[in-house]
Design a protein around this ligand. Structure first.
Ligand SMILES: *Cc1c(COP(=O)(O)O)cnc(C)c1O
Length: 431
């Protein structure tokens, strides 16, 4: 499989080039040329397949010869060493729990896959790489965890000061070793802008091999398609249409689902479920894409005002608004509605939603026609990552997994920087 840039469809890149570069030289996003053909048997056997097997069979089409089959199988085994259960929440509604990985968020899947691909490539090239990652909360720790202690790789995390939860901040700032956390006096969008400018900066590129670990990296995006297959496989004997609601920020998770649908997975519709940062629901409604400064919400990992995967969504639908709204419906909710959903689902179903999953749940409720459909929403984070918000909403204490408890006891270690590019650049040049 070859890749092109969403800004220039003529040039071709290998998987390896796309993964190492992160963003194309013209600042477009890498996108696969064509869709892999999965055979009928793959779909027939889906309900008996483990996620490792699904991941391997799908990934080999995208990776081609850049990683050997035995290495790729090993990568999939390492990435998926935790369960991804489909859990019934109420009649006709299921949560795909993506938060059982080491940092308790769905980003573990993409981050672990990408980090392992990248370390195969850095070993081949024998060159040190620096990974820049802007995070609205969860990406940073998932990526850093994937690379912790990996030789030849340095990770620099940028997060918006005061805008991530306490547990998230502890996760970001306590890893040590080859991981550095920069606390940026600005918003997530400022962090993302700093990273994008760094990639385009000549002086920096002369000095270091920069690469990206945001959802723009194709090696993070691709594995986010695998678990949609796995989810449908877990819906045994289902005869109804399936619709999937995805709580979204940068729309990488949703784009993973669109890729799965392109490969033939029978998902009738997706729901782009957002918080007040409703750029994509607005686009779906009126056909206008208008990025805006992000606003802060209790589902903070979705506080994105300029969603980076929008370009890939446009690519899939050839920028045709009429086609896109056939497949994707929009929904958005404010903090009050999110808390109410957490409370109601806890009281009626004894299921604890996190604020992001709650938005996914609400989006599903809006569109699901239970007569002929079953609905899945993605539960993207463990509720204990947002302990205070969740406890306040449901009116009860919740259990914190041991990994998160340990992390709270460690000493925070971060460097505060301004949101201006010159500060960031001089910091990097001193490294
Ligand atoms: C990152 C994140 C999201 C949004 O995912 P995108 O792929 O950026 O749309 C949703 N929920 C949680 C918990 C996240 O960490």
């Amino acid at each position: 499989m070859k890749y092109f840039s969403t800004n220039n469809k003529e040039l071709r890149y290998t998987f390896k080039e796309a993964v190492i570069q992160g963003l194309a030289p013209d600042e477009g996003l890498f996108f696969p040329v064509g869709t892999p053909e999965l055979d009928q048997k793959f779909f027939q056997d889906l309900s008996g397949k483990e996620i490792v097997e699904i991941g391997f069979e799908v990934a080999k089409h995208f990776v081609g010869d850049d990683i050997s089959e035995s290495q790729l199988r090993k990568i999939c085994e390492e990435v998926f060493n935790f369960p991804i259960p489909l859990v019934k929440v109420e009649n006709g509604i299921y949560a795909l729990e993506l938060f059982h990985g080491p940092t308790c968020a769905f980003k573990d899947v993409g981050a672990r896959f990408m980090s392992r691909c990248l370390s195969v490539f850095t070993k081949q090239n024998k060159k040190e790489v620096t990974i820049l990652v802007a995070t609205s909360g969860d990406t940073g720790s998932a990526v850093a965890n994937g690379f912790l202690g990996v030789e030849g790789v340095n990770v620099i995390i940028l997060y918006p000061k005061g805008k991530v939860s306490q547990i998230q901040e502890q996760q970001l700032t306590t890893m040590g070793q080859n991981i550095t956390a920069l606390e940026v006096e600005g918003t997530f969008d400022d962090c993302q802008t700093l990273v994008k400018r760094a990639f385009a900066d000549e002086d920096l590129n002369k000095k270091m091999n920069l690469t990206s670990a945001n959802s723009i990296n194709i090696a993070r995006l691709l594995p986010q398609s695998f678990y949609y297959f796995y989810a449908l496989g877990q819906l045994q004997n289902n005869k109804k249409e399936v619709i999937v609601s995805v709580p979204s920020g940068n729309y990488g998770n949703l784009t993973g689902g669109l890729l799965a649908k392109q490969m033939g997975l029978p998902i009738k519709n997706f729901i782009a479920s957002a918080n007040r940062n409703k750029i994509v629901p607005d686009y779906l409604e009126n056909g206008k894409y208008e990025p805006k400064p992000s606003v802060q919400t209790i589902s903070n990992a979705m506080d994105v005002g300029a969603p980076s995967n929008f370009a890939r969504m446009m690519e899939i639908y050839h920028e045709n608004h009429a086609d896109i709204i056939k497949d994707i419906k929009g929904a958005w909710y404010n903090d009050e509605e999110t808390k109410e959903a957490m409370k109601k689902v806890f009281e009626q179903e004894s299921y604890i939603l996190d604020p992001h999953g709650a938005i996914g749940y609400l989006g599903l409720k809006k569109y699901l026609d239970k007569e002929k459909q079953v609905g899945i929403f993605l539960e993207t984070a463990h509720p204990a990552k947002f302990k205070d918000t969740v406890e306040q909403a449901i009116g009860e204490g919740i259990e914190v997994p041991k990994y998160l408890q340990d992390c709270l006891k460690k000493k925070k270690n971060s460097i505060v920087i301004g949101k201006y590019f010159d500060d960031f650049k001089s910091y990097l040049l001193k490294q």
